[in-house]
Design a protein around this ligand. Structure first.
Ligand code: ATP
Length: 466
């Protein structure tokens, strides 16, 4: 069973070094979170897994890593300067600010709220008698559009000429390098460009732990196809991504597709589908798939004056702007989902409850833990020998823990999701037949709790091939 409340997970994440509140010693900075020693391992592993699945293993994909700061014309061409906005309403009584569409969404359902015009939001809040979540008043301002891009200045002078934005998505870094990728990689259609990186949005109402933050990481793909082949490519990506999330252990009953209504779509978009996950507070977007036509390339071509057309190598007279399918993953939301799914409170036969993070072993921060049964020097030395061997022979991440009773150490490893614990005892030393024969150790499985006695040689062989 996944964590039923976010509080349980937030507390475990802090206690065990997955995710800390940001700037904590200075009283924090609202809705910022820092990945700790174990969290950064999970994050790196997820990103590697994603990169392997969608870039390394595919002949039709390449990767890149573009700058966060880009020429502001990029955001004019993409439409972000004019319309990357959310409808902001103020409570006149307590002065708190909210996203008007989200307040209505809770009452009316997401489909109904998403299609509202900004001018309709204020009157609807009144008509639906929606109270301020902070102070319960019914005194809303009219909604106004609020641009979510963070602004800063490049260089020493702070004026309009030096204004730059922190990118609100990684996608535009791909489009502006389209010509460079064509020239250097000579790809044939269909092909895709992938990128992982930070994005920044001055969200009006961040919250729900790492679900909605103002600084987050995206894993995005722009997949280019010949116009007319976009509908099929869309279907393929839809299935592929669903399978990818399922392969990470997210049960299908906790996932759903949500197709955007016609009037919800951006004017250039032919089709958009989100994959939503059932978070403890309700369904929320985990991933978005958009069919963007040639909108982005055509806008950049127009404003930059650069030729961004693709030339078919087999028929060089055929020049056109490819259509784009955009699979866009939230890295932090995926991690949050996987942590929620992994969190399990389990009653043991002796009536005790253990908390265990049933993480997919591919993203668990530690692969194996070596636990000497006692702190006796020669026993610890034997365990250290095994640790040195495994570090040398494998590429696993290995913990070595001698602090506290064996029970406490097992509980800690369960809480951080370590799939296998290896116990070195007096049997291993050849000093106690009852514990096991010489040069054997016990392997404990995190999920089944099954304990198996194996020789060190067998263990090293098994872990070397992992
Ligand atoms: P939402 O409707 O939740 O604001 P969105 O539709 O604006 O999301 P996209 O622009 O499609 O999101 O971004 C792609 C992905 O990036 C989302 O599916 C989500 O996983 C992630 N993402 C977007 N905004 C945030 C945020 N503020 N914090 C964390 N992740 C985010």
């Amino acid at each position: 069973m996944p964590a039923s409340t976010l509080d349980q997970l937030t507390s475990l994440c802090k206690r065990r070094g997955f995710i800390f509140p940001g700037s904590e010693i200075y009283g924090g900075l609202a809705n910022t979170w820092d990945y700790g020693p174990l969290g950064v391992e999970v994050k790196n592993r997820l990103k590697q897994l994603w990169w392997k699945s969608f870039v390394t293993k595919r002949a039709d994909m390449v990767g890149m890593d573009s700058s966060i700061l880009m020429n502001p014309k990029v955001w004019q061409a993409s439409g972000h300067v004019q319309s990357f906005t959310d409808p902001l309403v103020d409570c006149r009584k307590c002065k708190e600010r909210f996203r008007g569409d989200k307040l209505l969404e809770e009452k009316l359902g997401i489909e109904a709220a998403a299609v509202l015009k900004v001018s309709q939001i204020g009157p609807m809040l009144k008509a639906e008698k929606i109270a301020c979540p902070a102070c319960d008043a019914h005194d809303w301002t009219e909604a106004k559009q609020f641009n979510m891009m963070f602004k800063t200045h490049q260089g020493v002078v702070e004026d309009d000429a030096t204004l730059v934005y922190l990118r609100p998505e990684t996608a535009q870094g791909i489009f502006v390098n389209f010509r460079n990728v064509l020239n250097t990689m000579r790809p044939r259609l269909p092909f895709g460009i992938a990128q992982i990186g930070k994005a920044f949005r001055n969200e009006i109402t961040p919250g729900n732990f790492t679900f909605r933050t103002r600084e987050f990481e995206q894993m995005e793909i722009e997949y280019f196809v010949e116009p007319g082949k976009d509908a099929d490519a869309f279907e393929e990506w839809k299935e592929l991504v669903w399978e990818w999330f399922s392969s990470l252990g997210i049960p299908e009953k906790s996932l759903r597709f949500r197709e955007h209504e016609r009037d919800e779509l951006a004017f250039y978009s032919k089709r958009t589908i989100d994959i939503e996950y059932r978070f403890p507070w309700g369904w929320g977007e985990l991933f978005g798939l958009a069919s963007r036509t040639d909108h982005d390339l055509s806008c950049h071509q127009k404003l930059s004056g650069e030729d961004l057309t693709f030339t078919d190598p087999d028929t060089p007279e055929k020049k056109f702007l490819p259509y784009t399918i955009e699979p866009s993953f939230g890295c932090d939301r995926t991690i949050l989902t996987l942590l929620l799914e992994a969190y399990t409170d389990e009653e043991l036969p002796n009536g005790e409850v253990r908390t265990v993070m049933k993480l997919d072993p591919r993203i668990a921060p530690i692969d194996v833990a070596i636990l000497p049964l006692s702190k006796k020097e020669h026993l610890v030395e034997k365990a250290r020998d095994l640790h040195r061997t495994l570090v040398k022979e494998t590429s696993l991440s290995i913990d070595f823990d001698i602090t506290g009773s064996i029970g406490k150490r097992y509980r800690r490893q369960d809480e951080i999701g370590t799939p296998k614990c290896i116990t070195v005892d007096f049997g291993t030393l050849g000093e106690d037949d009852k514990q096991g024969s010489k040069d054997t150790v016990t392997i404990r499985d995190r999920d089944s709790l099954k304990q198996e006695r194996v020789t060190i040689a067998e263990l090293v062989r098994a872990l070397t091939v992992v």
